[in-house]
Design a protein around this ligand. Structure first.
Ligand code: NAD
Ligand code: UGA
Length: 430
């Protein structure tokens, strides 16, 4: 099928490359000229393992192209996927500006049989609202709008897409469902389950899934606080409860609070739509508040351990490992609080470019141990693999102080004690 994807970000690029790999003919369009120009020179604007190779392979095979001319390409497509951003507004609602502008831009040039597919994360009722918008800009009611939320994680996007636990499609008419089933046939033939229903249910599934996963993280972080208070070990507790198949072991790693471009924004939107419709979501409301507070509390732990005007080394600024994304990363909340408390911040991240644009007055280092030089306190904020094998002896020698905060529980107290570091983990005895 001829498919156009609007948006060449984490989701749009992955979707385009993977649908091309499944044999479809793809044009990925973005309004950002520089981004499209770079993609046409085979430069991938984001760090996502394997994406550069897959994009290169599909471009070489002639199945994937990039363009800024969405109108022309959408006018020739069987399906157009919307994968543009849906950020939070100041009240926690999602801002549909990009989605609406994209639909209004291409609406008039679509063939009557083209299916518009909403892949961006949008609240319940949005597909139906966009159907009204596209009808209004065209002056007819030819275009069907379907929902196909995305469940990939940054850092493992391609695997999550190609070997999804399930594909969710929402369609309010039989033809739309048939088109989406056809698009995904190469995956369903390999055994990937497909869940089909109405658009409103597909939209709700996406938010409810993200909210429940975020609740697991918030819960285990609260358990970690209790473990610290009573001398327990959250890793052992998570392992013990996770072996119950009804609970499952995934998303029970205690840490500095969830971040990223999705959980914070999507939990806010879920809570906000609940308030608006008189169906409050108190669990999610409490989760959001607790997650924000957690980052502030962890900053206080660091401040309490550091001498006045001391130096802190931050290892890891991305919101999790294997991505360069810093949107709502713990580092963006914690580092400014350390600076406000008069501490000097030195940092390292294997993919620091986005963080460098967002954080001010940070001294950046290409090597983690160089960031630790003369530090009073070192803090591991992201679970990059290279921090698991740090030379702690050299870290202890180069540091001025001896406090090592491991907010991802990737090292152990024994390792740290051997080289004279005072180890502080999450939800484990010091
Ligand atoms: P992103 O910010 O990385 O990319 C969005 C892209 O859309 C940008 O390159 C922007 O220039 C482009 N854009 C904006 N308006 C456009 C238009 N009119 N036409 C064409 N391109 C346009 O966003 P993302 O992280 O890929 O997220 C996109 C959507 O997918 C969001 O709704 C998000 O919640 C959802 N989602 C994201 C992830 C993830 O892991 N990042 C996973 C699942 C779902
Ligand atoms: C998340 C979901 O996992 C995806 O299914 C979903 O498609 C995506 O949001 C989205 O809707 O955009 P992502 O944000 O890429 O994916 O990353 P996750 O691996 O879910 O991590 C989110 C945050 O939770 C990170 O800050 C991570 O460090 C934290 N986390 C995750 C924990 O603290 N503990 C865990 O056990 C798991």
């Amino acid at each position: 099928m001829k498919i156009v994807v609007l948006g060449a970000g984490y989701v749009g690029l992955t979707t385009s490359a993977c649908l091309a790999e499944l044999g479809h003919d793809l044009v990925c369009c973005d309004i950002d000229d520089a981004r499209v120009e770079a993609l046409n020179r085979a430069q991938i604007p984001i760090f996502e393992p394997g994406l550069s190779e897959l994009v290169g392979k599909q471009v070489a095979a002639g199945r994937l192209k990039f363009s800024t001319d969405a109108q022309t390409h959408a006018g020739r497509a069987d399906a157009v996927f919307l994968a543009v951003g849906t950020p939070s507004d100041e009240d926690g609602n999602i801002d549909l500006t990009y989605v609406e502008a994209a639909v209004a831009g291409i609406g008039p040039s679509l063939r009557p049989d083209t299916l518009l597919v909403v892949k961006s994360t949008v609240v319940a009722g949005t597909a139906r609202q966009l159907k009204e918008l596209v009808d209004a800009v065209r002056g007819d009611s030819a275009i069907a709008v379907a929902s196909n939320p995305e469940f990939l994680r940054e850092g493992s996007a391609i695997g999550d897409f190609m070997e999804a636990d399930r594909i969710v499609i929402g369609a309010d008419d039989a033809r739309s469902e048939a088109v989406l089933r056809e698009i995904y046939r190469p995956l369903t033939r390999r055994g990937v389950p497909l869940v089909a229903g109405k658009t409103v249910n597909a939209e709700l599934i996406k938010y409810a899934a993200n909210a429940l996963l975020a609740l697991k993280i918030g819960f285990i972080n609260d358990v970690a606080n209790l473990c610290e208070a009573v001398g327990g070990d959250v890793t052992a507790v998570a392992d013990g409860i996770g072996r119950d198949a009804r609970i499952g072991s995934a998303f029970l790693a205690a840490g500095p609070g969830f971040g990223g471009s999705c959980f914070p924004k999507d939990t806010r939107a879920f809570a906000s739509i609940g308030r608006r419709h008189g169906a409050p979501q108190p669990l999610v409301e409490a989760l959001i508040q607790g997650n924000d507070q957690r980052k502030a509390d962890l900053a206080q732990r660091i401040i309490a351990a550091a001498p006045s005007r001391g130096r802190v080394a931050i290892l890891g600024t991305s919101f999790k490992a294997n991505t360069d994304d810093v949107r709502e990363s713990a580092s963006l909340a914690i580092i400014p609080l350390l600076q406000q408390a008069g501490l000097e911040v030195h940092a390292h991240d294997p993919q620091p470019e986005a963080a460098k644009r967002q954080l001010t007055d940070v001294d950046w280092h290409d090597d983690p141990l160089a960031a630790c030089r003369d530090a009073d306190v070192t803090v591991i904020l992201t679970e990059w693999d290279e921090y698991r094998s740090l030379n702690l002896k050299r870290m202890a020698e180069t540091m001025h102080g001896h406090h090592l905060f491991d907010f991802r529980n990737i090292l152990s107290a024994e390792q740290a004690a051997r080289v004279g570091l005072h180890y502080h983990a999450i939800g484990r005895p010091d």
